[in-house]
Ligand binder design. Structure first.
Ligand code: BES
Ligand code: ZN
Ligand code: ZN
Length: 490
């Protein structure tokens, strides 16, 4: 569906050619394209300003049916994310116009001071992700995704980067998989159903998949998982995925929060606060999808193990209560200050189980953990917590590369006091003003022993209320591209 194509704009039949244009500088090498741009700018209806657009039909000296010029603004503002966005919005517009294919002109690396591989990767990602529609719950399907998306490059470039297409395609398919899991309503993704869906796809990619059912969770004394699950009619599960490339020694563990619906439990969320809580399993979705992608590509040289506690948090006569004390898998007891702080409970068990059973070199957890993180960083940036600056930096770097942005936040030891309980080893909520994302991370830090660990709070960016250039409304798949990039480098 994605391809790199070298064409003759004077020959071959081309339906739609889209040309990104800067307002102040020439960014293409192709002479025909540059002369088309000059003509467009002569109309004085198009300067190349950001988000400006103009269409030419059957321009002279070409065999192109329509040329759409898209403004990128000033060159100094152009980066890989603007290319991702322009490719995504191009595809979205073409879908709305019921086109079936598009050819997008790729700017010249020297002229925009970017590597060709980065330009192509970004444009392919934007185009592929922008082509995803989630319409399975609509009777009337208004539009169809494009059948063919081509990037216009020279024949040498097409040859040189042919492998990149399958790589980017796999990573985007992983992102879309996570998006769909997150957008799926909770009545269709009980822990049992979600576990089945994950295992089915994982096994196709030759990942080893095991599922711990209630009996196994009880046997292993994963009591915090069981406590959170106790209010729901839907039984919990824990999925374990294993990727073991030949010759690998080091093991990286990924743990993803998988609350299939977070009502808050007995501390029921007020008003509309539970409206989007079907997305509270986005951490698990990102981990599963990233592992499936890595297995497909054979991309990581290390062993990767993924643990996904899947639980529904509901209030009922059998639900866990404020004041209850739970003896977690680690042996530490937790007093429940608030049943809505359920994510850290299931993660505590999953993480200490991971440390004991798999002895990973590094453990990273992804979780839609706190509203406080959204207050602090907004809904586009994730919070990263780690005492290991190198690991935190690697995550932040991968975030810059993929534009799944992450910000390193502190883990101050003295804040831990706020989690003290009079009668148990710890409380699951902090008794202090503010800093909720930090105290949640500090709570988790008690369950990894001395394993090198990072926690990524994705409560903000996991979900988007509105569509944007290369993402629809709903699950964003945040974390998949980040983890794929990171695991390749670890
Ligand atoms: N799933 C929520 C966090 C959340 C909030 C995710 C908004 C996405 C958007 C989590 O389980 C939760 O309820 N956290 C509480 C913690 C509090 C009770 C200490 C919160 O953030 O309010
Ligand atoms: Zn909650
Ligand atoms: Zn939650």
């Amino acid at each position: 569906m994605l391809e790199l194509k070298s064409v003759h704009l004077q020959k071959g039949e081309i339906e739609t050619l889209v040309i990104p244009v800067c307002e102040d500088k020439e960014i293409h090498d192709n002479q025909t394209i540059n002369s088309l741009i000059r003509k467009a700018k002569k109309t004085e209806e198009f300067k190349g300003e950001k988000d400006e657009e103009i269409t030419f039909y059957n321009p002279a000296q070409t065999s192109v049916k329509r040329v759409i010029f898209k403004g990128l603004g000033k060159l100094e503002k152009v980066d890989t994310e603007s290319l991702r966005k322009v490719a995504g919005s191009t595809v979205k517009n073409c879908i709305k116009k019921d086109f079936s294919e598009v050819l997008i002109a790729v700017p010249a690396p020297k002229k925009i001071r970017q590597e060709m591989s980065d330009i192509l990767e970004a444009m392919m990602e934007g185009a592929f992700l922008g082509n995803h529609l989630f319409d399975k719950y609509k009777e009337e399907k208004k539009h169809k995704p494009l059948e063919q998306i081509s990037l216009f490059v020279t024949s040498e470039t097409a040859k040189k980067f042919s492998r990149l297409i399958s790589q980017v395609t796999a990573v985007c398919e992983g992102t879309i998989l996570a998006r769909e899991w997150v957008t799926t309503p909770s009545n269709e993704k009980s822990p049992v159903e979600l576990a089945k869906s994950i295992v089915t796809i994982a096994e196709k990619e030759k990942l080893r998949a095991t599922v711990l059912d209630v009996k196994a969770l009880r046997k292993h004394k994963l009591n915090a998982i069981l406590a959170v699950a106790s209010g729901s009619e839907n039984a919990p599960r824990m999925v374990v995925l294993e990727y073991k490339p030949k010759g690998a020694k080091k093991t990286i563990a990924l743990v993803g929060k998988g609350i299939t619906f977070d009502s808050g439990g007995i501390n029921l969320k007020p008003g509309s606060a539970s409206k989007d809580m079907k997305t509270d399993m986005a951490g698990a979705a990102a981990v599963a999808a990233a592992m499936i992608t890595i297995a497909k590509l054979g991309a990581a040289k290390v062993n990767v193990v993924g643990l996904l506690p899947l639980v529904e948090n509901m209030p009922s006569g059998s639900a866990y209560r404020p004041g209850d004390i739970i003896r977690t898998y680690s042996g530490k007891t937790v007093e429940i200050g608030n049943t809505d702080a359920e994510g850290r409970m299931i993660l505590a068990d999953a993480m200490s189980y991971t440390v004991e059973k798999y002895k990973p070199h590094t453990l990273i957890d992804l979780a839609t953990l706190t509203g406080a993180c959204v207050v602090g960083l907004g809904d586009k940036i994730a919070g990263v917590f780690s005492k290991d600056d190198k690991l935190a930096q690697a995550i932040v770097r991968s975030g810059e590369k993929t534009y799944e942005r992450c910000w390193h936040l502190p883990l101050p030891d003295d804040y831990k006091e706020s989690l003290k309980s009079e009668i148990a080893d710890t409380n699951n909520i902090a008794d202090m003003n503010g800093g909720g994302a930090i105290t949640a991370a500090l709570f988790l830090s008690d369950f990894v022993k001395d394993t090198c660990w990072a926690h990524v709070d994705i409560a903000g960016p996991a979900f988007a209320k509105k569509e944007s250039a290369y993402c629809g409304a709903g699950g964003t798949g945040f974390g998949v591209r980040l983890l794929c990039d990171l695991l390749e480098k670890l």
